[in-house]
Design a protein around this ligand. Sequence first.
Ligand code: DMJ
Length: 643
Amino acid sequence: MTTPALLPLSGRRLPPLNLGASAFPHHRATLRLSEKFILLLILSAFITLCFGAFFFLPDSSKHKRFDLGLEDVLIPHVDTSKGGKNLGGFLIHGQGHDEHRHREEEERLRNKIRADHEKALEEAKEKLKKSRDEIQAEIQTEKNKVVQELKKKDSKPLPPVPLPNLIGIHSGEPADPDIRERRNKIKEMMKHAWDNYRQYGWGHNELKPIARKGHSTNIFGNSQMGATIVDALDTLYIMGLHDEFREGQEWIDKNLDFSVNSEVSVFEVNIRFIGGLLAAYYLSGQEVFKIKAVQLAGKLLPAFNTPTGIPWAMVNLKSGVGRNWGWASAGSSILAEFGTLHMEFVHLSYLTGDPVYFNKVMHIRKLLQKMDRPNGLYPNYLNPRTGRWGQHHTSVGGLGDSFYEYLLKAWLMSDKTDTEARKMYDDAIEAIEKHLIRKSNGGLTFIGEWKNGHLERKMGHLTCFAGGMFALGADGSRDDKAGHYLQLGAEIAHTCHESYDRTTLKLGPEAFKFDGGVEAVAVRQNEKYYILRPEVIETYWYMWRFTHDPKYRQWGWEAAQAIDKYCRVSGGFSGVKDVYSSSPTYDDVQQSFFLAETLKYLYLLFSNDDLLPLDNWVFNTEAHPLPVLHLANTTLSGNPAYR
Ligand code: DMJ
């Protein structure tokens, strides 16, 4: 938007000011203000001119008006009881004297008005004489005032709640010098990723490490929301990179703004931004993170305004209008998206005392509990208008994965009191084991996908997180099958390690098959890429925590070395397009989850177990640690904050 051009008294036409929305993030309030300001200037000049024109009209017209006024004042003093003549004489005498006073009064008034008029004219001239920059600076000052006011309003302190037990935030230094060295190497990799993002992509969502500029995708909408900053914060914190953490905090405080006309993925924004902000809050105690998380959550709530309460995949942060991905079966929402909100939303209710977030995710759970499940499996697609399943496609990888993860973690995060979630997890895992988990001819355990009535013998890199999930859920499993699930976790870890080991770069492909004589190898060209994903390393770390088998540290180190060798470039880290090629090409993206997850899990793998112990912390699906809430009841309805 451009403002009307200003015509200064000097006759020099000022260039139109750029007061567009991009110049002013809080454009709505600010544009009104700047328009008001300019209108005021024009109005004052106009009024001044009117006054001027009026007072410099020919005398006769002015006299008439003043005489009338003065006569009105004098007439009551005339004594009409004394007869015509006397009256006349008196009148004649009186008239001469009054006329004098009248003229003096008129002159005095005229002088005053002229002086006022000249003063106003001078002021208007002064204002309009100012340069474009000066006017902009004045408007900017006004704008800053408004922003500060808004900030004050938005940053109201939230009701205090007892902080959960925050154990193991600053620990983890390994005694073994070799392990310490590896840990330091991972920290150095984090610094390389961060410093380059800081230099070339600051404020953008992600970094293009080859082109050395910012990068983004549609999941973040069309605005620069600093996804890498928010995603990286807790990793920086646990690595002791405090200066970098502070830089990130400062950027968030000053720049992270959710009042933008931008359509974002509800799931991605939840796991990366809300998860990242909440974890940063719990670790550092800095209120700004909690406040930003709550502001953002408020912007996601309109996504739940569907006939069923199953949220849309995307929502416009400004208008609140939601919709689903065009590619999703029959206008459906995605299981792994609407099913991966629980942890963050429970924490939001806990921290704010507002049950709205808790109610939204519990509503989803209740609805899912009531539905029929083909073979006990949850299909990936659910239509939010009809409440019916879309295509019967089930996966523990993309589109399904973190839904199962969050059932288990809801139970863990509730201090194992949310037994409803645990039951749903146990039921789902039993069905998955029965219908999707198989052993290959070569003896590799894999998790396939249910598609069009048959099992596709293909496993995604994303599915590899399930090894860690099985190990994490072993304790507390039905019929005391802890040993069985730990073993299943180990088998998946082994299979995923094979998928790395059978490549040229020793980095895993996006998807690999167990079919037609092929085992743990990608067949299609478009499945051979590695984009810095964390899932395999995530599983190594969980397996390490539960078994302390040194092979997991060894496998993690192999992966770290391969990343450093093949994905590191001078401008950061990049994904590679073909892990079977000895001269791979880069995809030129440093994903934000590389800093949030891949490097964090590697760092934890070479740390002692007292850093973020699993009895006290539960990691969201983007590896953001959230503390276990030791609440009295099975669900948050027991939270004293809003009981
Ligand atoms: C991450 O954003 C999360 O782990 C998500 O659950 C799925 N995968 C990506 C990283 O691969």
